[in-house]
Design a protein around this ligand. Sequence first.
Ligand SMILES: N[C@@H](CCC(=O)N[C@@H](CS)C(=O)NCC(=O)O)C(=O)O
Length: 123
Amino acid sequence: MGSIFSSSSGGASKEELEIAMDKAKEIVSSTSVVVFSKTYCGYCKRVKQLLTQLGASYKVIELDKESDGAVVQSALANWTGLRTVPNVFIGGNHIGGCDSVTEKHQAGQLIPLLRSAGAVNSE
Ligand SMILES: N[C@@H](CCC(=O)N[C@@H](CS)C(=O)NCC(=O)O)C(=O)O
């Protein structure tokens, strides 16, 4: 039985957090690029636009549309230390939020990461 606070990010039970963590890890390990996002989040839109512009294939999990989205967000925070969205993973590695993705792109590191993850063509 879930906690009565299970819909809030701060009140998930240990079991709910473990289930959400397993789910997040399964998605990250089986997908080359994952953006944990919220539909109304401008930073998320920026990241999704950049990835689209670079021709990358990526999976988006809109946490505000998932019934367990708040718990998944808490599990991601425990795992990565990042409480906000977007929360981006490439090739199974944690990249971070919009600022980190943008910095990597400006440093010329994003496209190589996307290539080695098989998310863009590598010619
Ligand atoms: N500096 C962060 C900003 C991200 C941010 O502030 N995201 C907001 C949504 S637009 C957020 O996650 N707020 C808390 C929440 O929605 O739980 C980044 O570069 O990703």
